[in-house]
Ligand binder design. Structure first.
Ligand SMILES: Nc1nc2c(c(=O)[nH]1)N[C@H]1C(S)=C(S)[C@@H](COP(=O)(O)O)O[C@H]1N2
Ligand SMILES: [Mo]
Length: 406
């Protein structure tokens, strides 16, 4: 007769840590039994996220912040949105992790361990703004399929790593190099190992920038698994889909990278504006590069009630893709008039900038505060939804919060 296998003590204690409570009668459990609490995981605990984050999808995991959760100057892990196209890789062993540089335009194909990368190349730290290309998608009409992001698919964390440029140059870049394409360890939703959930990239000019990193630390610690542990490409100011998580191979291409989600309507918009709902020919679609100017009011939370006669301090962040924000304004009269408010310089290129203002309201009643950023080329955020596109990308309309003065 087969011996009855009971759940091991070590397994029980790690399960207890996961659940956050002792499993009192755990010694009675047979091996192979899945505890209910583990079958239905709590994403907030599992990913260490604030309970006010909003789960848009659990297969794959897609979770966004709310504006007021993004109040910190440097976004903590607890408020960072999660955007996955496939299944989070399991059983990652950082000691045996490798990164291969290959492709038509590499001089010598090379493979590095994480230790090689950390010891061979100089390390750099930058605050980098990553915004999902689909942030704000929920406002498009006709609606666009995909996660219905509102305003919370953006973060600016501190990333530490080595320059992608240094590694590419170490392997050697041929003159005919055009683009890089990343490959990652996450699994396609179908479970088919031959399919990639996503494999995007960037032109050489972006790939060779000082701030384009192969990062192994986020906010001074190992990158959390869900954000790309143990190695992540980080290309601030461009749609965050360029910033491949769990990267294990980078190809130097002699043409525009043609990996999964580089073609069709994925991360591409009509090169010229089109009417809402219009069919756009494939050759008239362009790959999104630098993200447009945008801002978010992170304090107070929309719906705040204040006392008549007191002034209200607001604050938030603004960013402009490859550019800087040069002007910040707010309106309390639905955009009829605008007042300037101070905007700080970025701590480094591609980091978001902080603004604050003290607002007095003329009388009791309902108001909305609208915020508007302008970039160094004089381009301002639109007040309402900008150009419609099939997949609902690049909504950089002014952020608005509601205020009642009583
Ligand atoms: N390997 C891999 N990298 C990826 C993705 C993914 O699904 N797999 N999603 C991309 C997209 S679309 C976005 S918006 C960002 C989200 O990064 P975050 O989850 O760390 O916030 O990761 C990008 N990198
Ligand atoms: Mo994204």
């Amino acid at each position: 007769m087969k011996r009855r296998d009971f759940v091991r003590k070590t397994t029980l204690s790690s399960l207890a840590t996961l659940i956050g409570a002792e499993i009192v009668f755990g010694s009675n459990l047979l091996e192979g039994y899945n505890l209910l609490a583990v079958q239905d995981p709590d994403p907030f605990k599992m990913f260490n996220k604030n309970k006010e984050m909003i789960v848009l999808n659990d297969k794959p995991w897609n979770i966004e912040a709310q504006a007021h959760l993004l109040d910190n100057k440097i976004t903590p892990n607890t408020a960072m949105f999660i955007r996955n196209n496939g299944l989070v890789p399991e059983g990652i062993d950082a000691k045996n992790w490798t990164l291969t540089i290959d492709g038509e335009s590499v001089v010598t194909q090379k493979t590095y361990t994480l230790d090689d990368l950390k010891s061979k190349f100089e390390q750099h730290t930058y605050q980098l703004t990553l915004e999902c290309g689909g942030n704000g998608r929920n406002e498009f009409n006709p609606p666009a399929k995909g996660n219905q992001w509102t305003v919370g698919a953006v973060h600016c964390a501190t990333w530490t790593g080595i320059r992608l440029r240094d590694v590419l140059e170490d392997a050697g870049i041929k003159n005919n190099a055009v683009y890089i394409g990343y490959h990652s360890a996450d699994l396609h939703l179908s479970g088919d190992p031959k399919k990639e959930p996503i494999s995007r990239g960037a032109p050489m000019i972006k790939s060779l920038q000082d701030e384009t990193l192969l990062a192994f630390k986020m906010n001074g610690k190992d990158i959390p698994l869900i954000h790309g542990y143990p190695l992540r490409l980080v290309a601030g100011g461009w749609p965050a889909s360029v910033s491949g998580k769990w990267v294990n191979r980078i190809s130097i291409r002699n043409k525009v990278h043609d990996g999964t989600k580089m073609t069709g309507t994925a991360y591409r918009v009509p090169c010229e504006p089109v009417a809402p709902g219009e069919k756009v020919k494939d050759e008239d679609m362009c790959i999104i590069e630098s993200m447009p100017v945008k801002s978010i009011i992170t304090y107070p939370k929309s719906g705040a009630i204040i006392q008549d006669g007191t002034s209200l301090k607001i604050r938030g962040h603004a960013w402009a893709g490859e550019l800087e924000v040069s002007k910040m304004e707010y309106s309390i009269d639905f955009g009829a008039t605008w007042k300037d408010c101070p905007i700080e310089k970025p701590v480094n290129r591609l980091a978001w900038q902080h603004f604050s203002a003290s607002i007095d309201f003329p009388k009791k009643g309902y108001y909305e505060i609208w915020a508007r950023a302008t970039d160094t080329q004089g381009i301002a955020q639109p007040m309402l939804l900008p150009g419609w596109n099939p997949k609902g990308y690049l909504n950089n309309a002014c952020h608005r919060i509601a205020i009642k003065v009583t």
